[in-house]
Design a protein around this ligand. Structure first.
Ligand code: ATP
Length: 691
């Protein structure tokens, strides 16, 4: 990788777009480009631009205070720029970076409003990407890639941290340190995350345990309930089917009996119809009755006449006897009267009494023999007539009675039949009633069972019933006991919030997620720790290697520049267990331990020797040296120029210098002038072929 081109626009004194092209490596030399010009023409601005483009964050390092100090601030004749932009075109033919492109263009842009951006091959990039890319390519803004004006003097007086940083970059471990830092950041973030995750996991765990227990119970309960339901299905199905079967058989019986009942009923109706018919056709009974009445009346009348006869007979007898007695008594009286008269010789009176006696006797004889017999005969005759009538009626009645008797027999036969049917109907109705009661009882039982099933949550479909019935329970009692046992078990498990499984699932999901997170985090912590350990090993190994190499080169270049003497760098462990780096330099013939006592030129030479040692150990693709040689005398300038030339085999140099010896080693010379408008201008001169 080497610097191909530098483009500046609006950067400090380089207002318009200005480009600096550098030579391609040739003949195993990466070339030296010298930038020359009067003081204040803007030479150092070029070094600043490169440092800035490489991601320098310190405004001090690029000689400014605030960000916008890098933007061309304008002059009397030229308006200020709105932004500053610097692009570094790096040729990546040898693929020194992970960047797959053959050219890497690093661009940094800064606007007056404070917006800034980095582009890597015209694509937006993060500062860290730029830093990593630079570190991997062994170029860096901070250290020796761009050695700014006056920096060479400071190398020896850097603070511990600054020097360490300088050496980190110098030993090529910067990229590993960036990686290590990133890994450490990740490690810390992971640890923090892990801590958080562990806290949440600890919070969740008890709830999860309880939920798991409950969910397990619920699962157990569901299992039992499945068995319970199946048993209940079998049990209730069996019971239900039993009742159902009985209802069906009783209904069939009922139907049979009902149809029998209907038949009997029909028969009864038939008989009743016949009865009605008989009733209608029954004048004989009336005749019979009439005859009977007639007979009765005749009898009554006969008896009346008989009575009359008897009365008459009695009367005539009783009347005659009394009358006769009375007549006789009269006669006796008359006779006595006659006798008396006769005695008294009252003949006339006696003759009249005798005459009257004669009349009485005649009347008495008449009464005794004449009139009563005639009347009695008449009555007797009448009686005889009646008797004849009665005999007639009796005959009629007898005939009728005979007919009646036949009809009656038929009637009674029917009556018996009717009675028998009614009797049968009575039994049938009794049976029907009993059956209806039984059916009602069975239906009530079934309803009760269905109600019970509803309460128990047993739903039966006919299929199930049939299947269950088909399976026919071996032992219903045993099944019932088993159902009770299972129910008791379910009761013992108790009520569980139906939301539990969902909550358990959610929390478990979260727990598993967090557990996974924790696992991943632990893994990543482990692997980060491994990476960090490995990086530490690499860093230490590389640092130590580089450090000892630098030490050798330092001594070598020191000896070249000082024509002898010795120099070394030493790692010293500090109180905080970190180490520091001490620089020891002893010019020839001197016994100096403290760098402070070296002259300004000696200090510069020592710093240059160290810088060159670093560059020799770990050649950077390019290095910008801004007036590093300013304090060297001519002899030392020549030595320095020679060293540069040697190093330029591996490193491309851009040297800002006023030094002729240095300029002479350059292949390209850029002259910088400050124009009237306060704008730097560039003039290029290829010197390669000057011979
Ligand atoms: P020397 O040889 O003395 O070191 P130099 O050539 O390195 O000088 P620089 O320090 O690069 O000169 O340039 C300084 C010049 O750049 C000054 O003239 C200064 O006014 C100018 N300058 C610096 N920043 C800006 C800026 N933001 N806008 C315009 N000009 C600027």
């Amino acid at each position: 990788m080497y610097l191909e081109k530098l483009e500046l626009q609006g950067f400090k004194s380089f207002a318009p777009k200005t480009g600096l092209e550098f030579l391609l490596p040739k003949d195993n030399k990466r070339g030296i480009t010298a930038i020359v010009g009067p003081n204040g023409s803007g030479k150092s601005n070029v070094a600043d631009a490169i440092r800035w483009a490489l991601g320098e964050q310190s405004m001090k390092a690029i000689r400014g205070k605030k960000g916008e100090d890098v933007i061309f601030s304008g002059s009397d004749k030229k308006t200020r720029s709105g932004f500053a932009e610097v692009s570094l075109y790096l040729n990546n033919d040898k693929k020194m970076t992970d960047n797959p492109y053959s050219e890497v263009v690093l661009t940094r842009r800064f606007y007056r409003n404070g917006d800034s951006e980095y582009l890597l091959n015209k694509n937006k990039a993060r500062l860290s990407d730029i830093h990593l890319m630079a570190a991997k390519s062994n170029i860096g803004s901070k250290s020796y890639s761009v050695i700014g004006q006056g920096m060479i003097d400071k190398i020896l007086t850097l603070s511990d941290d600054e020097r360490k940083d300088f050496f980190n970059e110098a030993t090529g471990i910067k990229q590993f340190q960036i990686k290590k830092e990133q890994s450490l950041n990740k490690l810390n973030a992971s640890k923090k995350n892990l801590e958080q995750v562990e806290i949440v996991l600890q919070e969740i765990e008890p709830r999860l345990r309880s939920l798991r227990r409950q969910a397990k119970k619920l699962e157990e309960r569901e299992k039992i309930e499945v068995e319970l339901h199946s048993l209940e299905h079998a049990y209730y199905g069996n019971l239900w089917k039993d009742i159902e079967d009985r209802i069906i058989s009783e209904s069939a019986k009922l139907q049979k009996i009902e149809s029998k009942w209907k038949n009997k009923r029909g028969e009864i109706q038939e008989i009743q119809k016949e009865f009605k018919k008989i009733e209608k056709e029954k004048p004989s009974s009336e005749t019979f009755l009439a005859l009977q009445n007639k007979y009765q009346k005749l009898l009554e009348e006969k008896s009346k006449i008989k009575e009359k006869e008897w009365k008459f007979k009695g009367k005539t007898t009783s009347i005659s006897m009394r009358e006769i007695t009375e007549e006789i008594d009269e006669i006796n009286n008359k006779q006595k009267k006659l006798i008396k008269n006769l005695r008294a010789e009252k003949i006339n009176t006696a003759i009249r009494v005798l005459q009257k006696l004669e009349t009485f006797t005649e009347n008495l004889l008449k009464k005794i023999n004449g009139e009563p017999d005639k009347k009695l005969n008449n009555i007797k005759k009448e009686v005889q007539e009646f008797e004849q009538k009665i005999i007639d009626v009796k005959k009629e009645v007898e005939i009728l009675a005979q007919k009646e008797s036949a009809e009656k027999n038929a009637f009674f036969e029917k009556q018996r039949k009717l009675d028998a049917r009614q009797n049968e109907i009575f039994y049938l109705e009794n049976d029907l009633n009993n059956l209806k009661i039984e059916l009602a009882r069975l239906e009530t039982k079934r309803e009760g069972l269905e109600e019970e099933m509803k309460i128990e949550g047993v739903k039966l479909s006919l299929n199930v019933v049939e299947t269950q019935h088909g399976a026919s329970l071996q032992n219903r009692e045993e099944t019932f006991r088993k159902i009770q046992r299972l129910k008791h078990h379910v009761d013992m498990i108790g009520g569980i919030d139906p939301e539990t499984p969902k909550e358990y699932k959610d929390i478990n999901k979260r727990y598993e997620f967090l557990h996974g997170e924790s696992y991943d985090l632990k893994n990543s912590i482990d692997s980060l720790e491994v990476v960090i350990k490995e990086l530490n090993v690499i860093i230490e190994k590389r640092f130590n290697n580089a450090f000892s190499n630098i030490n050798k080169y330092f001594d070598k270049y020191f000896k070249i520049l000082f024509d002898g003497g010795s120099a070394k760098i030493i790692k010293v462990t500090k109180e905080d267990k970190n180490f520091g780096i001490e620089i020891h330099a002893t010019p020839p013939g001197k016994k100096i331990k403290n760098l402070e006592v070296l002259s300004g030129g000696e200090k510069a030479l020592t710093a240059i020797a160290l810088l060159c040692a670093i560059m020799a150990n770990n050649p950077s693709p390019f290095v910008i040296l801004d007036e590093v040689d300013a304090s060297l005398d001519e002899a030392n300038s020549i030595k320095f120029a020679n060293i540069l030339e040697e190093l330029s085999k591996k490193t491309q140099f851009v040297v800002i210098t006023h030094n002729r010896a240095t300029m002479e080693k350059a292949s390209v010379l850029y002259g910088v002038t400050m124009g009237e408008k306060g704008v730097s201008k560039l003039l290029s001169m290829k010197l390669e072929d000057r011979g």
